[in-house]
Design a protein around this ligand. Structure first.
Ligand SMILES: [Zn+2]
Ligand SMILES: [Zn+2]
Length: 125
């Protein structure tokens, strides 16, 4: 019973560390990359996963599926991505002002649009 406050404080501190790491970088890190950045804090990978899932659930960050991996995005507004197929870099691109509507009429509720430009970045070309 006496253990409760320290455990709660520790959990909060870990969650803040995970949140700040995703909010302070714009390269859409994976959970493993967040864990690597926070390695000096001694945080465990399972804890990083748990807090990332919680942050996604509360809407603080967004999970982006890319190339079979889940990456975490601090930009929760509508936007497209561009991805380099060589180095794996993934960056934000504003959505085109007009998206094709053909075929979308069949959908009665539109929740999300996923748009990723795939190619080779200038550093890799
Ligand atoms: Zn590249
Ligand atoms: Zn993004």
């Amino acid at each position: 019973m006496c253990e409760d406050p320290p455990i709660a404080r520790r959990a909060t501190w870990q969650k803040v560390a995970v949140r700040d790491e995703v909010l302070n970088r714009h390269d859409h890190p994976t959970a493993a990359e967040v864990h690597t950045s926070l390695r000096s804090t001694g945080i465990g990978l399972a804890t990083v996963y748990r807090h990332l899932a919680g942050l996604v659930e509360e809407g603080t960050v967004r999970a982006v599926e890319h190339d079979g991996e889940t990456r975490y995005d601090c930009n929760t507004g509508p936007h497209a991505h561009a991805a380099c197929t060589r180095c794996g870099e993934l960056w934000d691109v504003p959505l085109p002002a007009t998206l094709a509507k053909n075929g979308v009429e069949r959908m009665s509720v539109l929740d999300e649009v996923h748009l990723t430009y795939a190619g080779v970045c200038s550093a890799c070309d």
